[in-house]
Design a protein around this ligand. Structure first.
Ligand code: ADP
Ligand code: MG
Length: 256
């Protein structure tokens, strides 16, 4: 079997906030159609790494490429220059992001939240953007809720709107940051179901999560990170059932 092409590749990524070194030599690959779970204790740097892939944070050194395109920088001769705002937001628009706390616009309805990016960034006309948004909401099991505001929706429904919003941009890949962590168990199940459905389509995903049952269910590969460094990575089954490192073993034992 030939391996799918690389969708995202980070090489030797370093990132600090002031004197705090948060990412220390992080190299990760995600192949086309692959579901990769990023696990590890709080403070490991998972969110920061996702934010670097999406160009919400600029890395200090190393490189991130999505579809072969350098993220956050452009090459000028033999050095790198940070992208301008316009280019940076173009890159962000191509990579879907789903956050733990949904981050919906509170003053917009579900359909307006989902249509917002396509209208503002992709310049679709309102009717087309809202028609597509309603379709996506339907796929997320939210038919009939199109005109609800976030405060009128449960956490699980809000997160499904957020997933629809990410998909509406027809992203090259989707990053999910603890998508089920803010939810009660029963709402967690409905959001996990939507993520599972996406995983079955040809979606490429990198997901930071503590939801080990969801990881067991959908992840092709697991990357285990502690303190800004990758401790272990491999096929999901292998990492879950026969972790090579004591730290992975201890972490998984605490999680299950
Ligand atoms: P995780 O998602 O694995 O819990 P984070 O990426 O959120 O980890 O955080 C990793 C470390 O980086 C933490 O010590 C956190 O306090 C620090 N950190 C994250 N974002 C910032 C920021 N904007 N400014 C300063 N420190 C930050
Ligand atoms: Mg986090």
């Amino acid at each position: 079997m030939t391996e799918a092409p690389v969708k995202m590749r980070s090489r030797h990524v370093f990132k600090s906030f002031g004197a705090t070194r948060v990412l220390k030599d992080v190299s990760v690959e995600v192949r086309d159609g692959e579901i990769v779970a990023l696990i590890g204790p709080s403070g490991a740097g998972k969110s920061t790494f996702l934010r670097c892939v999406n160009n919400l944070e600029l890395i200090d050194s190393g490189s991130v490429e999505v579809d072969g395109e350098l993220i956050g920088y452009r090459r000028v001769g033999d050095h790198l220059q940070p992208l301008g705002d316009r280019e940076a937001s173009r890159q962000r628009a191509r990579i879907g992001m789903v956050f733990q706390h949904f981050n919906l616009f509170r003053h917009l309805t579900a359909v307006q939240n989902v249509a917002y990016g396509p209208r503002q960034v992709l310049r679709l006309d309102r009717a087309t953007a809202e028609r597509r948004a309603a379709e996506l909401l339907g796929r997320m099991g939210l038919a009939g809720r199109e005109h609800h505001y976030p405060r009128q929706l449960s956490g699980g429904q809000q997160q499904r709107v957020a997933i629809a919003r990410a998909l509406a941009m027809d992203p090259s890949m989707i990053l999910l940051d603890e998508p089920t962590s803010a939810l009660d168990p029963e709402l967690r199940v409905e959001v996990a179901g939507v993520i599972r459905d996406l995983a079955r389509q040809e979606c490429t995903m990198l997901m930071a999560t503590h939801d080990i049952p969801l990881v067991e269910d959908i992840a092709d590969r697991i990357v285990f990170m502690v303190d800004g460094t990758i401790v272990e990575e491999g096929p999901a089954e292998q990492v879950l059932n026969a972790p090579a490192h004591e730290r992975t073993r201890a972490f998984l034992a605490r999680m299950t």
